[in-house]
Design a protein around this ligand. Structure first.
Ligand code: FES
Length: 578
């Protein structure tokens, strides 16, 4: 990339809109002047589109209006012309049924915005969980030079003298409340403390995982993903991102040049070394589909088995992202595993990944562990197959109680989420800690949107007995801030007739994480009889986005992207101007 030739101004994509002496270009220039800009502001300059995922309901991005201004400052300094373009903010907290339902929507919006407007390079402002993969998917398909400005994790916070972690501690305190150990007043008081600043969730949840992945894939400035959202360095990073975007435009450094097979393998290695979110598997599969890179679930399992977990971060470990930053951040961590990375992979800074992380220090060996003292020697994530999941499913062994990783027990089955909510605490079900809790209809189509329901609740009466983990199985995802012996992404999902749909209460299920299997202990004949009795549910939507989603979404092991986008979009030329 470093040698890529610098374009002349008349070779910029925006020149076709703003340069020629013709009727259309007159219109484009006159409308820039309507907005108060002069010829000197834009003539012969790269146009940098700043895709801002800010809105009032995405509190993780509360600082993005200021950051957009800081990106613009950098763009102006470097001789570019910044244009800010609001795109859909995927709020993990507020979007229902789940922000994942809209990930492909934002990806399509980003792709088309980049394609239709006179943009020479883009700054992708992301942070809250799905915003990073969605924008990268769109940028890959449009194949316009792009750089991610990661939103950064929120600040440390504490409550009643105890350090808190957004997300992870919500689950923990909710379990305490269920067990009768936390009062209603204390639970309400916790609301004021659990998310105490702008920025995405502060654990190694999906947001931190995906921004780290963007960084290791070469799509951010080195060190950018670890910077806390409110640190003054975050503002400086935003401006530098703007400056680099201008250079990306001049050299036409497109995402498909960076996000190649080596970058995906680096992303998986980083995911494992971070003990990152299981959601990253679905997102990386979708991104690979956009990039035309062949990736399978076995790639994740293979790399997991050779990669130690070195980041001692919650929910797998003990610390939060602010500690990770103080300890040296992602660059420090990557510099502990150079032998596991493709160091020649390019980055947006016109240097290789190896050059970006060379000499990066680590200041705290408890937060970023030494190779000889890992949080977990290997196996952060495991891919299982078996007659319950012929196309695969995943578990995060590092976040589960170890005695449950080999388990055999009777199933207690819930047909859907409302059924689970209505009956899980009913003592008449007689659930014991050895039961396997199974949820159906929680997958990409069945829920819809493969929501983060996978950390299925443990019955209150078991919580009161001190039970904190059980084997739980679903076709749902799990929040990256969650934990437990939860088997997720069972594929194919129950809604389309996957074997999960055929499980009945009382069936014996065997889980063997070391052997990578998940099986239902019933005969082939019984399987066939149940399959013959199974009837496909009615589609949920007949119009609108729901119908598009329903008709086109792939299964979890394929990334849940839309089928018609699951291709090498880089071959689509931007439309000509006429
Ligand atoms: Fe936005 Fe967790 S809610 S990252």
């Amino acid at each position: 990339m470093a040698n890529q030739e610098r374009l002349r101004p008349d070779q910029l994509r925006s020149h076709r809109y703003l340069g020629p002496d013709d009727l259309r270009s007159f219109g484009h220039r006159s409308r820039q002047k309507q907005a108060g800009f002069s010829t000197e502001d834009f003539a012969g300059k790269p146009v940098i589109g700043i895709l801002n995922t800010w809105n009032d309901l995405i509190s993780c991005h509360a600082h993005f209006r200021q950051r957009a201004d800081e990106v613009k400052r950098g763009v102006w300094q470097a001789g570019g012309f910044p244009v800010e373009i609001p795109v859909m903010g995927l709020s993990e907290t507020f979007m229902k049924p789940t922000s994942m339902y809209y990930r492909n929507f934002l990806a399509m919006e980003a792709e088309e915005v980049l394609r239709t407007y006179p943009i020479d390079a883009a700054v992708l402002m992301s942070g809250c969980d799905k915003t990073t993969p969605a924008l990268l998917m769109g940028a890959l398909s449009a194949n316009v030079p792009s750089i991610v400005m990661p939103g950064g994790p929120m600040n440390r916070t504490s409550w009643h003298g105890e350090e808190l972690a957004s997300g992870t501690d919500v689950w923990r305190f909710w379990a305490e409340r269920g067990a009768g150990r936390l009062s209603c007043e204390a639970w309400c008081d916790l609301e004021d403390y659990i998310a105490a600043s702008p920025g995405h969730c502060m654990t190694m949840g999906t947001a931190s995982t995906m921004t780290a992945i963007a960084e290791v894939m070469g799509m951010t400035l080195a060190g950018a993903s670890s910077l806390p959202a409110t640190h003054s360095g975050h503002s400086r990073m935003a401006s530098e991102t703007g400056r680099v975007a201008v250079e990306l435009a001049w050299h036409n450094c497109v995402p498909s040049g960076l996000m190649q097979r080596a970058a995906f393998e680096n992303a998986i290695t980083t995911l494992m070394a971070l003990g990152g979110s299981t959601n990253a598997i679905v997102h990386l599969m979708a991104m690979a589909g956009r990039a035309g890179v062949s990736l399978t679930l076995e790639d994740f399992d293979r790399i997991s088995q050779r990669t130690p977990v070195l980041a001692n971060l919650r929910p797998t470990g003990k610390f939060v992202m602010a500690d990770f930053f103080d300890a040296g951040g992602l660059c420090g961590l990557l510099n502990r595993i150079p032998d596991l990375l493709h160091l020649n992979a390019p980055t947006v800074q016109f240097r290789t990944l190896g050059e970006a992380i060379a000499d990066a220090p680590v200041w705290n060996d408890d937060v970023i562990r030494l190779r000889e003292n890992p949080v977990c020697s290997t196996g952060s994530l495991a891919v299982l197959r078996g007659n319950m999941a012929p196309d695969g499913c995943v578990i995060k062994p590092a976040a589960a109680e170890s005695q449950l990783l080999q388990h055999r027990g009777p199933a207690v089955v819930f047909r859907n989420y409302p059924d689970l909510k209505a009956r899980i605490d009913d003592p008449a079900l007689g659930i014991t800690k050895d039961h396997v809790i199974v949820l159906q209809s929680a997958g990409p189509l069945g829920a819809p949107g493969i929501p983060e329901w996978g950390m299925l609740p443990i019955p209150k009466y078991l919580l009161q007995q001190g039970v904190r983990d059980m084997v739980r199985i679903s076709d749902a995802r799990m929040s990256g801030t969650s934990y437990g012996a939860c088997v997720l992404h069972v594929s194919p999902e129950s809604f389309v007739g996957g074997p999960l749909a055929l499980v009945e209460t009382g069936d014996i299920i065997s889980l063997d994480v070391a052997g990578r299997t998940l099986n239902l202990e019933i005969s082939e004949q019984e399987f066939a009889a149940r399959r013959a009795r199974w009837t496909a549910p009615e589609p949920m939507f007949t119009r609108g986005y729901g119908k598009l989603y329903f008709d086109q979404t792939t299964q979890a092991h394929e990334g849940c992207d839309f089928r018609f986008l699951h291709a090498d979009g880089s071959q689509d030329a931007p439309p000509s101007i006429y």
